[in-house]
Design a protein around this ligand. Structure first.
Ligand code: C5P
Length: 401
């Protein structure tokens, strides 16, 4: 699935050392199907060459307001007409100041003033003192009032050696934010709590019992909820996955830890999506020391005690979030999923066939609710996650916000 198919982006580079990272962004965006028209300020050409940007984008690069290559000589108008967005990355202190005041003294600034309805996205990159300077902060407020959307900046080490806010977000994060920008904001204003992955129950310090779960579905749902405009907390059991950009991940191991974190955030959430494959039991006689293997002794006997049912507990909370459960079944999906939905007391339960979706990149979700069942088509997990978020947005009562 190409995430930026049929999208034409005008990418403006302004003067900053972060220009070198934009080469990578262009590669990744083109891989996702985007067409990129690069425009550079004169300052940007000191940090990365137009030749590099032309080779990567496969299209002419524009710098000069007097460039006569366009038949009507109006690059500042033509480039944004029909474009899906202008992305200014890196956006320098100077360029933000120019933008905020409508100045138009080179091709890129003129093109921004002439953009009409074309969305303008700014990815700041500058020293922390420049970012925190009252004039820059004032310009940011002005630009946001004008509808400019900011991606970042991030905190961290800066090229100058100082540490703080103002660092450009990474190329893969710019890409994630750009893809998110094009998604409908159907969960704007919502605070979403998602659980994902397996839980891991200790037998001793080196051995655990766990469920099979890659976490891919839960992570995709957390990302899709954030793309839809929600604030997202992802409570995750052990997985190998990086946290989705813009999502707050809280890592846990056992079901009881997951329970405690979920209870901490449930009341302030408007939506709880319980995707985790939670272990039903923990080992009641877990050992503090490694259990030694003695050839002459019988295998150790494990005793189990039930874990809390996190979903049922949140669903029973008065004034709690709207709840969506998951059920992976190996047989009789309809029967098991619908009875689980009723037992847990949730308005929506998503069923899937465990053998088909486990570890896979494709899934098929079947929605069970009071009005009956709806099968979504088999599709990549990210697409399925977006379809589920759209279905939830249609169903969640307005007063849950
Ligand atoms: O009971 P079962 O594990 O089959 O139910 C699946 C659903 O319940 C999933 O949404 C899962 O995240 C949730 N669950 C839970 N706490 C448990 C067991 C399952 O929240 N202890």
């Amino acid at each position: 699935m190409l995430e930026l198919a049929n999208k034409r982006i005008v990418l403006g580079l302004t003067g900053g050392i972060a220009c070198y990272k934009i080469a990578e962004f262009v590669r990744r965006a083109i891989e996702q199907g985007a067409t990129i028209d690069v425009v550079m300020t004169e300052a940007a050409t000191h940090f990365i060459t137009p030749v590099t940007m032309q080779a990567l984008s496969g299209r002419p690069v524009y710098i000069d307001a007097w460039d006569a290559r366009m038949p009507n000589n109006m690059a500042h108008i033509n480039l944004t007409r029909g474009a899906d967005a202008i992305v200014i990355a890196p956006a320098s202190t100077d360029f933000l100041a120019k933008l905020a005041h409508g100045m138009a003294d080179d091709l890129l600034s003129t093109l921004c003033v002439a953009r009409g309805n074309c969305p303008l996205l700014a990815v700041p990159a500058m020293n922390r003192e420049m970012w925190l300077n009252p004039a820059t902060q004032r310009n940011k407020v002005l630009l946001e009032q004008d509808g400019v959307i900011f991606f970042g900046p991030a905190e961290g080490e800066q090229a100058c050696g100082e540490v703080g806010s103002g660092r450009m977000i990474e190329p893969d994060q710019i890409l994630a934010d750009l893809i998110a920008f094009f998604q409908p904001k159907v969960l704007a204003g919502h605070q979403v709590l998602v659980t994902a992955g397996p839980t891991s129950e200790r037998i001793d310090p080196v051995r655990v019992i766990t469920n099979r779960s890659s976490g891919k579905t839960g992570y995709a749902i957390a990302r899709a909820a954030r793309e839809a405009g929600a604030g997202v907390i992802l409570v995750s059991g052990p997985t190998a996955l990086p946290p989705p950009h813009g999502v707050q991940r809280i890592s846990v191991e056992s079901a009881r830890q997951m329970h405690d974190v979920v209870m901490q955030y449930a009341r302030s959430s408007s939506l709880f999506i319980s995707v985790a494959a939670v272990a039903d039991w923990y080992v009641a006689n877990a050992s503090d020391q490694k259990v030694k293997k003695m050839t002459d002794q019988a295998a150790p006997q494990l005793e189990f005690a039930p874990n809390p049912d996190i979903l049922a507990e949140v669903a029973a909370m008065k004034g709690g979030p709207w709840c969506v459960g998951f059920a992976a079944e190996t047989e009789k999906l309809d029967e098991h999923a619908e009875s689980k939905r009723r037992r847990k007391g949730v308005p929506l339960l998503v069923g899937n066939i465990a053998q088909l979706v486990m570890d896979a990149d494709v899934t098929q979700m079947v929605l069970f609710e009071d009005s009956g069942k709806t099968a979504l088509p088999p599709q990549p997990k990210m697409q399925a996650a977006r379809a589920l978020i759209a279905a939830i947005a249609e169903r969640i009562p307005r007063n849950t916000l």
